[in-house]
Ligand binder design. Structure first.
Ligand SMILES: [Zn+2]
Length: 91
């Protein structure tokens, strides 16, 4: 059971004991053990923060690759021909 840990003792030396109440306590200091999901929540927050920094970089990277495959000049030409066609249909 590695789901619980003692916040006061060194993780290398701490061991778990089950108290008479049925709850897990630290074998060294006797304090109640804390569930690890609190750390996982922090890890998720850290992951979100890291991804919020990385996503714009990934997005710009994809945008640069797209521009290299389809240069913006071609798009401009396509738009200009479309405008000409619209002008012709109007007049
Ligand atoms: Zn302890």
């Amino acid at each position: 059971m590695d789901k619980y840990y003692c916040p006061y003792c060194n993780p290398k030396y701490q061991f778990q004991k089950q108290s008479s109440k049925g709850t897990y306590i630290c074998g060294l200091c006797g304090e109640d053990l804390i569930k690890k999901p609190f750390i996982r929540l922090n890890q998720i927050i850290a992951l979100v923060a890291a991804s919020s920094l990385l996503l714009p970089l990934i997005y710009t990277f994809i945008f640069l690759i797209k521009n290299q495959i389809n240069p913006p000049n071609k798009n401009y030409q396509a738009n200009s021909t479309l405008i000409i066609n619209i002008k012709e249909t109007i007049s």
